[in-house]
Design a protein around this ligand. Structure first.
Ligand SMILES: [Zn+2]
Length: 419
């Protein structure tokens, strides 16, 4: 949010530049405005942000000098209102986010593969690559080798493009905790505590100190939330490797005291149920997780031979085609998924439930079943349940969310990324 518009006098301008916090905030406001509007004149920035014209002139001068923005090709006034009377008739100088000297790097580790993505500061992809790791259960070392190999290739590519890394994020499909942050347990890979960043740094010392290890679900939920105008309260639940989720209330993701909120796959639903990798019995993932459904649908062979992504794709195709065994396996799982969602809906009263991963393709079946289970009219008043929708970003939700998060953090202090 911009600071209030004030009078455009010398004192204000100098205080804007003297106070570090105010300046950082205002730089961030201008950078975000340019990110959202792609290109704008100084007058348009002033009007759009509420900053004074004088402040915008001083701030953009700093940003030009630092290489964060550049002057875009001047455009003829057609379609662009010339606001400065003195410049009437002249082409308008537009400013745009440049930062051609930096890049954002994201690595994502799921149950099948390592995906690497290098983007510009604005999130435009520069290079994307993926390598299968073959799911060597309980063996972090070969997977860390692959993670380091993908990281190394992306760093080389960034250097070849003349870009330095402004943010590095490693996304894992598992809960993360502790200081330094480690994977606490990854039931898809048979991991207990694994210090992924330390393992990566041992293999490639170019991993910067600011690299972060983060779980996928909150990032994915926030990326989906961005695509839903006017939504502030959302439950996100997804399955691709395991089952994960996030709860966003009032636009803010609930992290909890130990940053474990949203571990929805480990809601212990089945009394006396199967022992889960987390140590509880009867977790949702034991009855509705990929391994359980694929086994019930008779697809374990494909899982072993072609990997989880291929097996889940086949499962989805068979369910949508009405193949009896896959449909029966899914119907059983949906009962448990809906049980979990009913409890969550009553607990958090969301506007929307977003189903991600391969569940996005089957969201209509969950919606149907869930709506049958909503409370019946009481005192003549219908309880309005949340809408169930399919996630729009499929398996890329966390990857996009990580880029968006990295970009937002970089823009909090734009001059840190000066040349
Ligand atoms: Zn569990």
């Amino acid at each position: 949010m911009a600071f209030p518009r004030g009078s455009e006098n010398e004192a204000e301008q100098s205080s804007t530049l003297v106070s570090g916090d105010v300046r950082r905030h205002n730089l961030s406001v201008v950078a975000r405005f340019l990110l959202e509007n792609q290109a704008a004149s100084r007058s348009q920035i002033a009007k759009g942000t509420g900053l004074t014209r004088g402040s915008v002139t001083a701030l953009t001068a700093l940003m030009l000098e630092s290489g964060l923005i550049s002057e875009a090709e001047p455009k003829t006034p057609s379609g662009v209102v010339q606001e400065n009377a003195k410049g009437k008739g002249r082409p308008l100088t537009l400013l745009a986010l440049a930062a051609d000297h930096v890049a954002i790097l994201v690595l994502q580790l799921d149950a099948d593969k390592v995906t690497g993505l290098l983007t510009t500061l604005a999130g435009e992809p520069l290079l994307r690559m993926a390598q299968s790791h073959g799911r060597p259960m309980g063996q972090p070392e070969p997977i860390l080798d692959q993670l380091a190999a993908v990281f190394g290739q992306l760093v080389d590519a960034a250097r070849a493009l003349g870009r330095s890394l402004v943010d590095v994020t490693v996304v894992v499909f598992a809960p993360v905790g502790g200081e330094p942050a480690v994977v606490l347990a990854d039931t898809d890979l048979g991991w207990w505590s694994v210090d992924v960043l330390a393992g990566l740094r041992r293999r490639d010392p170019r991993l910067p100190d600011f690299a972060r290890l983060v779980p996928d679900s909150i990032l994915a939920a926030q990326a989906e939330l961005d695509l839903l105008p006017d939504v502030q309260d959302l439950i996100y639940m997804k399955s691709n490797s395991g089952i994960g989720g996030a709860i966003i209330s009032g636009g803010i993701a609930i992290e909890g005291a130990h940053k474990l909120a949203g571990a929805l796959g480990h809601l212990p639903l089945v009394p006396g149920g199967e022992l889960c990798g987390c140590g509880q019995h009867g977790c949702l993932v034991t009855v509705a997780g990929p391994d359980a459904i694929l086994a019930a649908a008779g697809l374990t062979d494909i899982l072993i031979r072609d990997g989880l992504t291929a097996a889940l794709s086949e499962l989805t195709t068979r369910i949508l085609a009405g193949e009896p065994r896959a449909t029966a396996a899914w119907d059983t799982a949906v009962e448990w998924i809906c049980r979990a969602l009913q409890i969550l809906a009553m607990s958090f009263d969301p506007q929307i439930i977003v189903l991600g991963g391969y569940w996005a393709h089957l969201a209509h079946t969950v919606k149907e079943r869930l709506e049958q289970g909503w409370p019946q009219p009481m005192s003549g008043q219908l309880w309005v349940g949340p809408t169930v929708v399919a996630g729009q970003l499929a398996d890329d939700a966390a990857l996009f969310g990580a880029v968006r998060d990295a970009r937002d953090r970089a823009l909090m202090d734009p001059l840190k990324i000066s040349i």
